[in-house]
Every structure is written in structure tokens, then in C-alpha cells.
Design a protein around this ligand. Structure first.
Ligand code: AMP
Length: 584
């Protein structure tokens, strides 16, 4: 029998991070030894060398676009070693929410191993502060469609690839996070039905639930918004022991029906708790009295959901989960008591070879010269190694890992917050790509988020909230202007919305934007309010493309080429306002 000891996980982590420099060289050597014979590396003339200097000299920095033809060949069934020595076992589809279509990435067993290592590590640290006994986790997790590629490989989201693995269940058991729902719910074909059943199973086992979690915070918020709508129906199912007729998928029906027995006293208790709540504040600890914390990725593009999540979580702590991507994992959150806004991720030096491109914001003048790039313009220097990064500086991460990525630019900007032993602790800043740019103006999704937060303060007095938001650049008229789409929790006056619109315009404080607004080379910002549930339609559209709820991130910018999403938004506009903030 395997014995899982939290102390030994922590010891192992301390040993790894104490020796980060050597382990990096070691990881690179292993990666290159395993894959040196693969076509991609063979053609770069490494000639069997595995040291960092030769590697950096021979292997170019790449983006996804450079690797796409290789990954496509693997997906099409080329069985020769293309990117890796051992064959790639499946293809992961990254969320690709921003581009509007998922990207293909290689997936193999090594990625499963590192996922488990990350899960165990952060759990060990979490458990030190908030120990949980034997119990269950209400996890809002969903697998996505699994399709076969032309070459017969399974292509699905990275999270689904992980859930499919043998080790996932074992690890979840080790870390006392067994899901309250049966597999049929996680792997069900209809997301809405799975969500309903997650809630139902969570309530059936309400006394045993110790953790409420999901991959991204957005899914937790979405789940509780749904609970607000369906709670009476859930109570009825529990009272009568009969599953609602809305669940039509036979596999889900039969699996969940087995767990349902008439339980009027549980139904009454849930009912009474729900009616007593004030605007659903603290619903999580109320309905799950033994829950110790709420867990999921809460950083980056998930930050806008924190307010609502805190509302639902009441007194329970929020714990931000780890940092990774479909490309591979980066780091674990080993300081779980930090609030999500300050969360950091300690890089595990044995799961890949990491480089960091130093990014410096240029002086104003240069910034104005540079106006064609679609990524935010920084002055870049040569990449540095994991142990060479400096505290407080910003970097773009470059990944080399066991799944066939070599010097792959991840496109994420991180800041080094400090060190844990000799490995850096990273703070996620934003995706590097710009979301809003017309000419010399440059705004990232973080800038957009800050502007929306600022303007949303004007709604607080009205007890209103921004349910979700996105942006667009309208260049159909001269000059072009920013468009911000808002879905609101309920209606408000024209006066309030006009002031929100002006506030948004004034909250983009990038010098390029302010200058252009003043001289009129960018037109007044437009706020378009959309009908309730519009963002749910976007989510459904994304799921229809084969995306998974788990990896869904609301696109914070919708370009003309993402025409379907733009159409959904535009069709649902109820009101629009133009800023007068720069009128003289
Ligand atoms: P995906 O395309 O679904 O693989 O998403 C990967 C991207 O999600 C990363 O490149 C990050 O931009 C973002 N991401 C993943 N983990 C975190 C995190 N802990 N904090 C912020 N953003 C994250």
C-alpha cells in the first residue's frame, strides 16, 4: 500500500528548491537525452550536446505558430519521432479564448506526472494551515469533448487529459479531495446538466464536503449564480428522492439517481438556510458547514470574479491554486494564506527547463515610435536562467519541457516576488498580448480590468455589479474608438451609466491613449450594456467549439475576426453611451 506523507512532500519540495540551479541543468540534460533524436532537435545541430550554453546557441526561441506544423503532423498520425523520442500520446486543446479557436499542443505522461507533483505540493502546504480530515470535495469540474484526430490520437482539453489519467483519481484520494459527483457527471456530454448534478451531489454530501473547488474561479461563481436559480428544484429532488426531469442524459441520470434517497429533513434544512440568506451572502459555509476553504485559480483574468466569490464564501478563506497552462505546469502556490491578489507560484525546477526574458517598459518617447506590434512593447534582453532572475523585475516565461516544447514563449508576463530557497516565486501579471490598441495606445487585459473596476465603483452605491465584461475596437468609423461591453446584475439609470462611461474613458491612463483622446485621433469610448445572460451565450458558444468549462476564460477582447462572439454581443446590446469625458 502506498503511504502518502505530507511531510515528505514538503521535504522533497524543500530539497528540490534548495538545489534549483543544478536541477535545471539536470532537467535540460534529461529532456535533451530523451528527445535528442527527434527530428526537431536533430535538425538544430545539437549533435548530442545537452548543456545549457549549446542549447541556447542552437535552439531558437519560438511561439506556438512555429511549432504548429510539427504538432499538426503528429495529430495527422506521423509516428516517427517528430518532437519527442517517445511518441506523443494525445493532443491537448488549449482554451484559446482570445483567438476564438483552440490551439493544438502535445500531451504525454510526463505532463501527468508534473501535474500530480504540483497538486501534491500545494496541497501539502495548504493542509499545513487548514488541515482537512477524511472527506470530500465539491469540485465543479467538467471534461470536454474528446475527438479523434486524423491520425487517431485523442484530442481534448489538457484538464480532460488529466482527468482521464489513472493517476488523477489516486492523487485526489491522497489529497483527500475526492469529488462528490460520480464520474458520469464529470464526463457528461451536457455541461448544464453536469453543473446541476454537481450542486445536487454536493448537497447530498453536504456534511462531508471540506473543499469547494474548480480549476478557475469563474466556474465557481457561475455555479453559485446557477444555484440561485435552481435551489428550489434541488431541494425538491432531495425531498422526494427523484431526480429532476431536466436531467436527460441516461448515464448521468442513472449514476446520480443511485445516490438519491428521499431525505425531507435535509431538504428542509437546505430550504430554510437558503431563504434566510441575505442576497446569498455566505451561502458556501451555510450549506457546507464543514468546508475549510474555497480553492481554484483566482489570479490573472480571474481577479474580476473575486468580489462575487468573496460574497458567496463569506467567512471562508479563498485559496488561489497553482500556475500552469496546457503547455505545462510552472509553479505551485506554497504560500496559501496570501490573499489571491498577492498569490505567488514557486517554480518546480525538475518539471522543465525555464528561461525568462527580461522585460522593461520603454521610456515614453520610444513607446510612441513603436506602434505596430500586437503584443505590448517592452525592451527585451537576452533570456536568463531560473536562478538568475531578479526580485521585482518582470519577465516573459520561456518553457522547455518533457512534452516536446523547446524554448517556447508562453506569452505570459510575470513578476518575481521573491525566492523560496533558490527558486523564484512568481506573480502572474497578465497575458502579453495587447487587448486594446488603435494607434499609439497600448492596453493589456490588466489595464482593462482596472478601468472596469474603477467605473464599477459607481455602481456599488446602486447595489449593482458588473456580471462580466469584454472589449472591442471599432474602426468602422473614423477615428476608431474603444467599445466596452458590460452585463449588469440589474438595470440602472441613464445618468449612472453615463458617468460609468466617462469614468471608463478616463481610467485608461496609458499616455498613448490619453494623448490620442485629447487630440481626437481616438474617438469617445463607447459603453454598450448587454442583456442578462449574454456572457452565458458566449460560454455556450465556446463549449460548442469543443472547449471545456474548466478552461473557460471570458475573452477580454473580441476582434472582428471573432465574428460569432461579436455577433452575440452586438445582438444583445440594450443601451449604449458615448463618453463626454474629453469634450471641451
Ligand atoms: P490554457 O489556454 O487553458 O492552457 O490557459 C493557460 C493560461 O491561463 C496561462 O498561460 C495563463 O495566462 C493563464 N493561467 C493559468 N494559471 C494561472 C494562474 N494561476 N494565474 C493566472 N493566470 C493563469
Amino acid at each position: 500500500m502506498r503511504v502518502f506523507s505530507l511531510e515528505s512532500v514538503i521535504e522533497e519540495f524543500e530539497a528540490l528548491t534548495n538545489d534549483a540551479g543544478r536541477l535545471q541543468t539536470e532537467s535540460l540534460r534529461k529532456i535533451l537525452e530523451q528527445n535528442g533524436e527527434a527530428e526537431y532537435l536533430r535538425n538544430l545541430g545539437l549533435g548530442g550536446r545537452t548543456d545549457p550554453e549549446s542549447f541556447r546557441a542552437c535552439v531558437p526561441l519560438v511561439t506556438h505558430r512555429d511549432l504548429e506544423p510539427y504538432i499538426q503532423r503528429i495529430a495527422d498520425g506521423d509516428a516517427s519521432p517528430v518532437l519527442t523520442g517517445k511518441p506523443i500520446t494525445s493532443i491537448s486543446l488549449s482554451s484559446g479564448t482570445t483567438q476564438g479557436k483552440p490551439k493544438f499542443l502535445p500531451f504525454n505522461d510526463e505532463l501527468v506526472q508534473s501535474t500530480m507533483q504540483i497538486y501534491r505540493t500545494s496541497f501539502a502546504f495548504r493542509n499545513r494551515e487548514h488541515p482537512i480530515g477524511n472527506g470530500k470535495a465539491l469540485q465543479f469540474i467538467y471534461s470536454s469533448r474528446q475527438v479523434k484526430t486524423k491520425g487517431g490520437l485523442i484530442a481534448t482539453t489538457a484538464t480532460t487529459n488529466v482527468y482521464r489519467s489513472e493517476q488523477f483519481k489516486r492523487t485526489m484520494k491522497d489529497i483527500q479531495s475526492q469529488c462528490t459527483s460520480p464520474d458520469e457527471v464529470i464526463f457528461g456530454p451536457d455541461f448544464q446538466q453536469s453543473l446541476y448534478c454537481h450542486l445536487l451531489c454536493g448537497l447530498i454530501y453536504s456534511n462531508e464536503v471540506q473543499i469547494i473547488s474548480s480549476t478557475f474561479a469563474h466556474s465557481i461563481v457561475h455555479a453559485f449564480r446557477t444555484l440561485e436559480q435552481v435551489w428550489e428544484e434541488l431541494c425538491m429532488d432531495i425531498r422526494e428522492g427523484v431526480l429532476s426531469s431536466r436531467i436527460t442524459v441516461p448515464s448521468i441520470r442513472s449514476a446520480v439517481s443511485k445516490l438519491l434517497i428521499p431525505n425531507p429533513s435535509l431538504a428542509d434544512s437546505i430550504y430554510n438556510k437558503c431563504v434566510r440568506l441575505s442576497n446569498w451572502y455566505g451561502v458556501i459555509p451555510e450549506l457546507w458547514p464543514n468546508a475549510k476553504y474555497v480553492y481554484g485559480i483566482m489570479t490573472g483574468s480571474m481577479e474580476p470574479y473575486l468580489k462575487k466569490l468573496r460574497h458567496y464564501a463569506g467567512s471562508l478563506p479563498l485559496m488561489s491554486a497553482d500556475y500552469g497552462s496546457s503547455e505545462g505546469w510552472i509553479g505551485a502556490n506554497v504560500n496559501p494564506s496570501l490573499i489571491p491578489e498577492l498569490a505567488t507560484f514557486a517554480v518546480l525546477p525538475n518539471i522543465g527547463y525555464f528561461e525568462f526574458i527580461p522585460l522593461e517598459k520603454p521610456e515614453q518617447q520610444e513607446q510612441e515610435l513603436e506602434n505596430s506590434a500586437s503584443t505590448i512593447h517592452y525592451i527585451e534582453s537576452e533570456p536568463v536562467g531560473l536562478t538568475e532572475v531578479e526580485v521585482d523585475k518582470e519577465y516573459e516565461i520561456v518553457v522547455t519541457n518533457f512534452a516536446g516544447l523547446y524554448r517556447y514563449r508562453l506569452g505570459d508576463v510575470v513578476r518575481v516576488a521573491g525566492f523560496h530557497n533558490s527558486t523564484p516565486e512568481l506573480q502572474f501579471i497578465c497575458r502579453r498580448s495587447l487587448v486594446l490598441s488603435i494607434n499609439i495606445d497600448k492596453n493589456t487585459e490588466k489595464d482593462l480590468q482596472l478601468a472596469v473596476e474603477e467605473a464599477a465603483k459607481l455602481l456599488a452605491a446602486e447595489k449593482l455589479e458588473v456580471v462580466d465584461f469584454t472589449s472591442h475596437v471599432d474602426t468602422s468609423t473614423e477615428p476608431g474608438h474603444y467599445v466596452i461591453f458590460w452585463e449588469l446584475s440589474s438595470d440602472t439609470t441613464e445618468e449612472v451609466l453615463r458617468s460609468c462611461c466617462n469614468c471608463l474613458d478616463l481610467s485608461f491612463v496609458d499616455a498613448g491613449y490619453m494623448g490620442s483622446r485629447k487630440v481626437g485621433t481616438i474617438g469617445p469610448l463607447e459603453l454598450r450594456v448587454v442583456r442578462k445572460k449574454t456572457f452565458e451565450k458566449i460560454l455556450e458558444h465556446f463549449l460548442g467549439l469543443g472547449g471545456a468549462m474548466n478552461q473557460f476564460k471570458t475573452p477580454r477582447f473580441v476582434s472582428l475576426s471573432n465574428s460569432k462572439v461579436l455577433q452575440i454581443l452586438c445582438r444583445n446590446v440594450t443601451r449604449c453611451y458615448f463618453s463626454t469625458a474629453y469634450d471641451i
